[in-house]
Design a protein around this ligand. Structure first.
Ligand code: ADP
Length: 479
C-alpha cells in the first residue's frame, strides 16, 4: 500500500523545518555581524583617522604661522626650518586625507576646497630654501584663518558622522540580538509543537492498538480500531482490524460448532444414560452385582460427559450473551450454606475439612442467585478437586471496605498456582501446566465464573502462594 505521509516523511519534514530555522537565524546573524563590522571599520579606519589628521593639519597651520612670524622677527634660520617642516607635514596630511575621503568628496567638499586654495597660495610663494626669504608674509594670514575654519567645520562634520555610525552600530547590535532571540523562540516553539504533535500522533494510535490487543488477549471481543492516519500506524491498525475480524469469525464458527456438537451429542447421551439407569435399577430384569458395578461406572462416565457438554454450552451462551442476568435482591447466606452442603460429599470422600465462616447476618445482595451459586460451586469444586487428602477449605463472606459489594472468598491449602499462571486460569480452556495430565477438566469452570461475575458488574480474582494454597474471591453488588 502506498503511504502518503509516513513516519519517515514526518520526521524529515520536521528535521527540514529545524534546519531552515537554524540556517535562517545563522544567516540573519551573519548579515547583522557583517554590517556591524563594516560600520565599526569605517569608524576606526576612516572617521577617527580623518578627525585626527584634521586636528594635526590645524596644528601644522598654526605652527607655520607662528614660525613665520618668529623668523620675520628674529631672522633665525631654524624658524625657517621649522616653518618648512610644518608645511611639509601639512602637505603630507592633506595628501593622506584626500586618499581617505569617499570618491564623491574628492572633487568637491572641504578637503578639495583646502587643497585648491592651498595649491594656489603655494604657487605664489617665493623661493624660501635657497635665497634669503623676503620679509613680507609668505602665506597670508587670511588664507590660514580660512583653512582653519574649513578644518574646524570638517572636524565637526566627521564627529557627527562618528556619532551617527555609533547609533547605527547600536541599532544593528539590537537587531542581531533580536534576530538571535527570534530564531531561538521559533525553534523552541517548533520543537514544542513538534513534540506535542508527534506524541499525539504516536501515542494515540498506540493506545488504541494496546487497547485492542488487550481486549483480544483478555477474551473481550475487540471493536475495530479507528485509526484514520495514513502512516505506518494506520497500516498496523488495518492489519490489526483484519486479524481481529478473522479471529472473531473463527471464534464464532468454533462456538457454533461446539454448540451444534453439544446438542447433537446430548440428546443420544440422555437416552443412553436413561437406558443404563433403567437396566441398573433392574427395570428390565435381574442383574448380578458385577453387571451393576459396570453399569454404575458407565452411568457416572456418562454423567461426566453430560456435565462437560453443559459447561461447553454454557460458555457459548454466556459469550454470545444469550443469557440475561436478572438481578433481584436476596440474602446470600442460604446460598452459601447450600453450596457448602452440595460440595460436602465430595470433600468428605477426600477427607477434606470444609468450613463455613461467613456470618449469618450478611447484607442483601442484588443478583441472580442461580448463577451466583454456580460460581460458588465452581470455586468450591476446584478447591476440593485440587486440594490433597486431609486438606482444609473455608468459605468466608464480608462487605468490602466501601460497603458497596459483598466479597465472597474460598480458601484452600492445596497446591497453589504459580504467579505467571494466575491471570491465565480465567481464560477459556486454560489449565495449569503441572496438573494438566493428572486431573480431569477442560478449563472452563473459572471462565464461566468470570462471565457470570462480570455480568453482575463484580470482579473475580485469585491470590495464591504455590505450595501453600489459594484464595479465590469475587464480589457481588450489595442491594
Ligand atoms: P478445570 O478445573 O476444568 O481445569 P477451571 O477453569 O476450573 O478448569 O480451572 C482452571 C485451572 O485453574 C485449573 O486447571 C487449575 O490449574 C487452576 N485452579 C483452579 N482452581 C484451583 C485451586 N483451588 N487450586 C489450584 N489450582 C486451581
Amino acid at each position: 500500500m502506498k503511504l502518503s505521509f509516513g513516519i519517515r516523511g514526518k520526521l524529515f519534514f520536521w528535521y527540514f523545518l529545524f534546519l531552515l530555522i537554524f540556517y535562517g537565524t545563522i544567516l540573519a546573524l551573519y548579515f547583522d555581524i557583517h554590517q556591524i563590522m563594516r560600520i565599526s571599520e569605517s569608524i576606526v579606519n576612516q572617521h577617527y583617522r580623518i578627525a585626527s589628521i584634521a586636528k594635526k593639519m590645524g596644528e601644522n597651520l598654526l605652527s607655520m604661522e607662528e614660525h613665520e612670524k618668529k623668523y620675520q622677527l628674529l631672522r633665525k634660520k631654524e624658524y625657517l626650518q621649522l616653518f618648512l617642516a610644518a608645511k611639509n607635514d601639512f602637505e603630507n596630511s592633506l595628501r593622506e586625507i584626500t586618499s581617505l575621503v569617499p570618491a564623491k568628496e574628492k572633487s568637491s567638499g572641504p578637503w578639495w576646497r583646502i587643497a585648491q586654495s592651498y595649491r594656489k597660495v603655494v604657487s605664489q610663494l617665493p623661493e624660501l630654501e635657497n635665497s634669503p626669504p623676503p620679509e613680507k608674509a609668505w602665506i597670508p594670514e587670511s588664507a590660514i584663518n580660512r583653512w582653519i575654519d574649513i578644518l574646524r567645520r570638517a572636524r565637526a562634520d566627521t564627529e557627527e558622522k562618528i556619532v551617527t555610525a555609533n547609533i547605527q552600530l547600536n541599532r544593528r547590535g539590537r537587531t542581531a540580538v533580536r534576530n538571535g532571540l527570534a530564531g531561538l523562540a521559533l525553534s523552541t516553539l517548533v520543537g514544542l509543537v513538534w513534540s506535542l504533535f508527534f506524541a499525539y500522533s504516536t501515542i494515540r494510535p498506540l493506545k488504541s492498538l494496546i487497547y485492542g490487543i488487550r481486549s483480544i488477549s483478555s477474551g473481550r471481543s475487540s471493536r475495530p480500531i479507528a485509526i484514520r492516519a495514513k502512516d505506518e500506524f494506520g497500516e498496523v491498525a488495518r492489519a490489526f482490524n483484519e486479524m481481529a475480524q478473522r479471529l472473531h469469525e473463527e471464534e464464532h464458527m468454533r462456538a457454533d460448532f461446539i454448540s451444534m456438537l453439544s446438542h447433537e451429542i446430548r440428546t443420544p447421551l440422555t437416552s443412553i444414560r436413561e437406558s443404563v439407569n433403567m437396566i441398573a435399577e433392574e427395570v428390565m430384569g435381574d442383574i448380578n452385582d458385577r453387571q451393576r458395578k459396570f453399569l454404575q461406572i458407565a452411568s457416572s462416565e456418562i454423567g461426566r460427559i453430560s456435565e462437560l457438554l453443559n459447561h461447553l454450552m454454557q460458555v457459548t451462551r454466556l459469550e454470545s450473551q444469550v443469557i440475561q442476568i436478572d438481578p433481584r435482591p436476596f440474602s446470600p447466606f442460604p446460598m452459601l450454606a447450600k453450596s457448602i452442603e452440595r460440595i460436602r460429599p465430595a470433600a468428605v470422600a477426600k477427607r477434606i475439612q470444609i468450613r463455613m465462616l461467613a456470618p449469618r447476618k450478611l447484607p442483601t445482595v442484588a443478583g441472580d442467585s442461580k448463577y451466583l451459586q454456580q460460581v460458588l460451586l465452581n470455586l468450591l469444586g476446584n478447591a476440593v478437586k485440587f486440594s490433597n487428602r486431609n486438606g482444609r477449605i473455608e468459605l468466608r463472606a464480608e462487605p468490602d471496605s466501601d460497603k458497596k459489594n459483598l466479597k465472597i472468598c474460598v480458601y484452600d491449602n492445596g497446591p497453589g498456582i504459580p504467579e505467571n499462571e494466575q491471570k491465565l486460569i480465567f481464560t477459556k480452556y486454560y489449565r495449569a501446566k503441572d496438573i494438566r495430565d493428572q486431573m480431569d477438566g477442560v478449563g472452563l469452570g473459572l471462565n464461566i465464573a468470570k462471565h457470570i461475575v462480570e455480568a453482575h458488574h463484580g470482579s473475580i480474582w485469585v491470590k495464591s502462594i504455590p505450595g501453600k494454597g489459594s484464595i479465590f474471591c469475587f464480589t457481588v453488588p450489595i442491594a
